[in-house]
Design a protein around this ligand. Structure first.
Ligand code: GDP
Ligand code: ZN
Length: 335
């Protein structure tokens, strides 16, 4: 048998399996929709999603495996939805409620796909090791500002530094406090300073982002001691099985607040921006915008630039402005 024929047979087999799956799902949706038709609707929250299957939590904290009625959009983790229970464990989502914020990332074709919704706080984790990049930190802050989510900077692994090194290290980030950003200094390993973080997570829906190795997993384990158990409970309730590890999941923190996590959420980065979004994303630049001599000032070389003047007067941080110009140059190159 030729290679090509084998491949075609394999292809046909895969297609047939996929077709069967689609039919099974659509049959389930149809059955659920018929059954759900007469039932009262209720509000719920998507706390996990994998493919077409959602885990929706009701107001009593019970989780229902749900499918979505067609043409209502694509609910993601964190979305508030209207749904109808079908039986004790399943239901149908009938409407997607408006989102306060949405985190998305480009898919293979470059189209933005939502990852998580209704996030209120983006915690940027950094540490003495791996060596932090102020440029990357500023990109996270711009990303947070662009999607209207409040950033919080968490400086982890503080146990690695002696008193003096620690003071020097913290001084490097003091500028962010002066701009108005919240900072917490912690050690996930020694569980130091976690109270201040826990307090700031209360009442918020947060995500953790940051370079690999800064301690995001360690932090999640420290904040959610039952996180493995919870994952088990969710995979059972939603029937997702082992797939839950890749799906965005919303965890309830024991001391209040929610944490949405997934590999995709953790590696969230700045996507395509306009120059205006970039300018607005540097909150310290905002008071000076619109005050340059030229309305289309690039803030790089023009005379009468309000931003460069503020730098020379010590009112703006030169490193932040340099990062702004570096990011603006990448926009120009991409345009
Ligand atoms: P992630 O890639 O951001 O999820 O980082 P991990 O949680 O996997 O942590 C990377 C490494 O840093 C691991 O070896 C952790 O044990 C270590 N680590 C995490 N938090 C701390 C901390 O607060 N102090 C110290 N000394 N090491 C830490
Ligand atoms: Zn200017």
């Amino acid at each position: 048998m030729s290679r090509r024929r084998l491949t075609q047979r394999q292809k046909a087999r895969i297609q047939s399996i996929q077709q069967q799956r689609r039919e099974k799902i659509s049959k389930r949706v149809q059955q659920s929709l018929t059954k759900a038709g007469a039932l009262p609707t209720q509000a719920g929250r998507v706390i996990i999603r994998h493919g077409a299957t959602l885990g929706v939590e009701d107001s009593d904290g019970r989780i229902f495996q749900c499918l979505t009625r067609q043409n209502i959009g694509h609910p993601v983790c964190g979305d508030r939805v209207v749904w109808q229970p079908v039986d004790e464990t399943t239901g149908v989502v009938t409407a997607l409620l408006p989102r306060e914020s949405v985190l998305s990332r480009p898919d293979f074709s470059g189209q933005e796909k939502p990852l998580a919704a209704n996030i209120s706080q983006l915690v940027v984790v950094l540490a003495p090791q791996p060596e932090p990049s102020g440029y990357l930190l500023d990109q996270y802050l711009v990303a947070a500002e662009t999607i209207h989510v409040r950033p919080l900077i968490a400086i982890n692994k503080i146990d690695l530094l002696s008193d003096q090194a620690r003071a020097e290290f913290l001084e490097r980030f003091a500028r962010y406090g002066r701009i108005g950003y919240g900072l917490v200094v912690i050690s996930a390993k020694q569980e130091h300073g976690l109270d201040s973080l826990i307090e700031r997570l209360n009442g918020e829906t947060s995500i953790l982002v940051g370079q690999s190795g800064v301690g995001k997993s360690s932090l999640i384990n420290a904040l959610l001691p039952d996180h493995e158990l919870e994952t088990g409970r969710l995979s059972q309730a939603t029937g997702l099985g082992r797939h839950t590890t890749s799906a965005a999941t919303c965890y309830h923190l024991p001391q209040g607040g929610d944490l949405i996590d997934s590999p995709g959420v953790r590696s969230f980065r700045l996507s395509h921006l306009t120059l205006t979004q970039l300018e607005q994303g540097f909150i310290d630049l905002r008071p000076y915008l619109g005050h340059c001599r030229f309305s289309n000032c690039s803030h790089a070389h023009e005379p009468g630039c309000a931003i460069r003047e503020a730098v020379s007067q010590g009112k703006l941080d030169p490193t932040r402005v340099a990062h702004f110009l570096r990011l603006a140059a990448t926009l120009t190159r991409n345009a």
